[in-house]
Design a protein around this ligand. Structure first.
Ligand code: SF4
Length: 560
């Protein structure tokens, strides 16, 4: 049975009772497509697709029709729209060059294979789940399995015929792909060490599960204006400034430990950091607050233009105070939340690499693949290592890393050695530790340049040229402006584009310099001429690093 705070969409029809004021003139002139103001038309193509049929319904057609009749039987509106709600995108057809996407029709870009994202809320995996994920990779995905910066695992080369069997295997171990993509509440980021971290006052795992159980797959919340990204953690080990909603651990002087509420963050082409609403959320209230922020987004989010449909645009226009007022209004929460002065800003985002003591005296070990690239075979070996040493818990992180929990003190050295032997280093070079990459041109239809292979080569070269580095310098490679690997919050953020070299257009990057999170939170500066050809990237990063090392003053970070 659903809790009392679970409400259905019918309420949004009576939303005019809310205290939000809007300019009637503006509304008459040009609506933003907000349902709360009765703007159901005009609909763009995406909104039309969602209106025609709830995207979650596509699963029945995949299982009943498409998987039997093959790729050519798929309705294009399902293929390029509703499939996403079940974690499926067509992947890029091999051999199509980047940078010309605007002149190509969807059919020319689409491969007959799919990318599939497996949802892992909080990045939590048992060994049995890890083995199931690994087995699907080797059996159906040509051994692909990338760890994404949203704690998902992403496959490639999936055939439509295999999708029902993949779902069956995932669901057998309690995993799925539901709402892993699409305009809906996607995977919830959570601390990979929730429940074991030394110094954690509240473990919100139960609340993440509560949200997942009650609201993921709820059709009244599955047609949002755009994607909705969530992050819930006591520790600053999630990029809390870059999500539609974040709940970050904070102490209230009267109420004790709880969570600081942030809304409206997102990167992409119009990066905005989330804003604090200045309220304290108790552990018990997390799901209720979360669902009401989602409902505000559903009702008031801008649906006319896809480029303005993320929650961040609404939060920017309303401001934190008005958003809080609407959240607390009768139509949503219906009560005030305790006010919270700004808590101390965390110094940095924690990546959990290396060996760390848990609250129970055991240890967890964080290891780094290169830019999130692993494989089914490697995940199987990771499962072997965990199992051999008595651990049943593995975690993915938003930094594209992997953790093994619950290692007994006397087994730490053996686990570190075994991880190293399979290619997962718990003592990586600074370059391997701080480099991330999105999917890129290998599989992503929006990509302009290669990222994963480029990141691998860059890390290897920098390890050779500058093996010692006393401060981490993060390098994030992105195949296009969409910033899936957080272009703007890296020390060196790289946004894929075509650049001119010797009069020729070649793969390259626009460079963003000096971005960061937490106490260093800022978007990297994008100087007009700061572009580099992909082939020159090793030299460029080396030059920048040496200049920083030579010229820095005591304690000066790369970002400053
Ligand atoms: Fe694809 Fe662009 Fe996202 Fe990279 S940043 S995964 S190229 S959409």
């Amino acid at each position: 049975m659903l809790p009392s705070f679970h409400r259905t969409y019918k309420e949004s029809r009576t939303v005019s009772a809310t205290p939000v004021e809007t300019s009637p003139r503006k509304r008459r002139k040009r609506g933003e497509g907000q349902w709360a103001l009765g703007h159901r038309e005009p609909l763009n193509k995406n909104e039309q697709g969602k209106k025609d049929d709830n995207p979650l319904n596509v699963r029945a057609r995949i299982e009943g029709i498409y998987a039997h009749n093959g790729f050519d039987s798929i309705d294009p509106a399902d293929l390029r729209g509703r499939f996403r709600w079940w974690g499926l995108y067509t992947q890029r057809r091999p051999g199509i060059a980047g940078g010309k996407t605007s002149t190509l029709e969807d059919e020319e870009l689409d491969d007959r294979y799919f990318m599939m994202r497996v949802r892992m809320d909080g990045g939590q995996l048992s060994v049995a789940q890890l083995r199931a994920v690994a087995g699907i990779s080797t059996d159906f995905a040509r051994d692909t399995a990338d760890v994404t910066d949203r704690q998902n695992v992403q496959y490639h080369w999936i055939r439509i015929e295999d999708v029902p069997e993949i779902w069956r295997r995932l669901e057998e171990v309690g995993l799925d792909t539901q709402e892993a993509c699409g305009d809906c509440p996607r995977v919830i980021l959570g601390s990979p060490v929730a429940g074991v971290a030394d110094g954690e006052a509240i473990d919100p795992t139960e609340q993440i599960e509560e949200i997942y159980d009650h609201f993921v797959g709820d059709k009244s919340l599955s047609n949002l204006p755009r994607k909705f990204k969530s992050a819930i953690s006591w520790l600053p080990d999630i990029p809390y400034e870059c999500n539609d909603i974040s709940l970050l651990g904070a102490h209230h002087p009267e109420h004790g430990p709880g969570f600081d509420l942030w809304v409206g963050g997102g990167l992409s082409t119009n990066p905005m950091f989330a804003q604090r609403l200045g309220v304290w959320v108790s552990q018990e209230d997390i799901a209720e607050v979360w669902v009401n922020v989602v409902r505000i987004f559903r009702d008031w989010g801008y649906r006319r233009l896809r480029t303005r449909a993320r929650l961040k645009f609404l939060v920017k226009d309303w401001g934190a105070e008005k958003f809080r007022e609407v959240l607390e209004s009768e139509h949503y929460l219906g009560r005030e939340l305790p006010r919270l002065e700004a808590p101390p800003v965390p110094e940095k985002l924690i990546d959990h690499i290396g060996v760390h003591k848990q609250a129970d005296g055991n240890f967890y070990i964080g290891a780094a693949p290169v830019a999130g690239r692993v494989s089914g075979e490697l995940l199987n070996k990771l499962a072997d290592v965990a199992e051999r040493h008595g651990s049943d818990r593995v975690r993915t992180t938003p930094m594209q890393k992997l953790l093994v929990l619950d290692v007994a003190p006397e087994k730490v050295d053996a686990v570190v050695a075994d991880l190293e032997a399979v290619g997962l280093s718990a003592n990586p070079s600074p370059w391997r530790r701080s480099t991330m990459a999105c999917t890129g041109i290998e599989f992503c239809k929006l990509a302009i340049v290669d990222t994963k292979d480029r990141a691998r080569d860059l890390v290897a070269e920098l390890e050779r040229r500058i093996p010692e580095l006393d401060v981490p310098i993060s390098v994030h490679l992105n195949g296009c402006p969409n910033a899936c690997a957080r272009t703007q919050t890296a020390d060196i953020g790289l946004k894929g584009q075509l650049v001119l070299k010797d009069g020729e257009q070649v793969e390259g990057f626009q460079v963003h310099l000096g971005g960061g999170h937490a106490s260093q939170a800022s978007f990297g500066r994008k100087a007009r001429g700061l572009k580099v050809a992909s082939a020159d990237l090793d030299d460029y990063v080396e030059r920048l690093t040496r200049r920083y090392l030579d010229q820095r003053e005591s304690g000066e970070s790369f970002a400053k």
